[in-house]
Design a protein. Structure first.
Lengths: 305, 91
């Protein structure tokens, strides 16, 4: 009897594998920040239009994730954390991931243009290009500052959300960009300190590998110092208010204190307690962005200055 | 005729999950476009398009409209002609 299992062709992908191509966990951050950017903008947006706009921004983000998985399949296959992704595990063919990425990019940009406006759509197209081409294809494998560049792509969604409502860019949306942009490097480098991925085997120049862990600690602290003024400045704009300012000052004080602790630690101390401080700092960094954007939403609700 | 055993392979299960998933996505997309259309039409700004005939309602409002004739004269041949300016006409 013929056994279908005897032929080891490409494995058949389930629907979940295509969803996994869109990096749903990254998408959740995109959805949240884009929504906040859209909702706190001065021009009111119809709730259904707002829902569609956020959905298409998320879809654009997912499309760039698929393009990233297509191009980075060779790296993903080497590293433990990413080896189970649909492309390196063989469930989705690389060409298919590319097709999904391009098709969804076009669809999301077109639909965002129809739902909101063409400035926001152009901005989304630029973001996809930036993440897929500038970051993934060009800079990720050539500079240890790759995280900083990738952070820019992740920082665009609140600006796109804001552009959906206002049709443009303003100081508030630039500061929201700065908040995520300067937050991303310390967030990822803290992760790199305790995850110890085999980046060198994969050929990705990670700061911890190229410049050492001591330099990485110094970078983390420096970025928290640069981040704080931008986060607090946002509190003095039209979207800010006393509540935002209070929360932001506390969070930034904690973040700087955490960065200082990381800076002062030697690698031996960190190894001795199983990277406790680094892990705590990483968790704090997750709360940092989430609470900043949440309190922006609440401040908008109760009224600002 | 030989009856083949109806065995559902795991592969068929995956294929079905893909088909159903795609169906749901397409239906959701249709609903989304429909909803967007309804919202855009009901809150539309200027919904009159150009239809090859001049239409006064589409022209921008004149800031200095010409003064109305306070005593219009009826055209010759109509019942009001010859009665002079009608008293109730005008403003």
């Amino acid at each position: 009897m013929a056994d279908i299992n005897a032929y080891e062709g490409p494995a058949e992908a389930g629907f979940g594998d295509y969803v996994a191509l869109l990096k749903p966990r990254v998408m959740s951050l995109v959805v949240f920040t884009a929504f906040v950017g859209l909702w706190i903008a001065p021009q009111p947006v119809n709730p259904f239009v707002a829902f569609c706009a956020v959905l298409f921004i998320a879809l654009g983000g997912g499309a760039s994730g698929a393009l990233n998985m297509w191009y980075d399949a060779d790296i993903d296959a080497v590293m433990k954390r990413t080896a189970g992704r649909p492309v390196p595990s063989g469930r989705v063919a690389p060409q298919e991931a590319l097709a999904v990425g391009i098709a969804l990019s076009g669809l999301s940009v077109m639909m965002l243009g129809l739902a909101a406006n063409w400035f926001a759509a152009g901005f989304l197209a630029f973001t996809i290009f930036f993440y897929a081409v500038v970051y993934t294809i060009w800079l990720k494998r050539s500079t240890p500052q790759n995280i900083v560049i990738g952070g820019a792509a992740g920082a665009f969604p609140p600006m796109i959300g804001w552009a959906c409502a206002t049709g443009g860019i303003s100081l508030e949306s630039l500061l929201m960009f700065a908040l995520i942009f300067f937050w991303t490097p310390p967030h990822f480098w803290a992760l790199a300190l305790f995850m110890k991925e085999d980046y060198s085997k994969a050929g990705v120049p990670m700061l911890t590998v190229t410049h050492g862990r001591k330099v990485t600690r110094r970078h983390i602290f420096a970025y928290t110092l640069v981040l704080a003024p931008f986060a607090i400045w946002l509190g003095f704009t039209s979207v800010g208010g006393p509540l935002y300012l209070a929360v932001s000052v506390v969070l930034n004080a904690l973040f700087i204190a955490g960065g200082w602790c990381i800076l002062r630690r030697s690698e031996d101390e960190a190894r001795a307690d199983g990277y406790k401080v680094e892990k705590r700092y990483f968790r704090l960094s997750l709360y940092y962005t989430f609470l900043h954007f949440l309190v922006l939403l609440i401040q908008h609700w109760v009224g600002g200055w | 005729m030989v009856m083949l055993p109806q065995v559902e392979h795991e592969l068929h299960k995956r294929r079905r999950s893909r088909n159903i998933g795609l169906l749901v996505v397409l239906l959701a997309f249709v609903a989304l476009v429909f909803g967007l259309s309804v919202v855009k039409i009901t809150q539309g700004d200027m919904m009159q398009g150009y239809d090859h005939r001049p239409r006064a309602s589409m022209l921008p409002e004149d800031p200095n409209p010409p003064a109305r004739n306070p005593a219009p004269v009826a055209a010759p041949g109509v019942p009001a002609a010859g009665q002079g300016a009608p008293q109730e006409a005008g403003q």
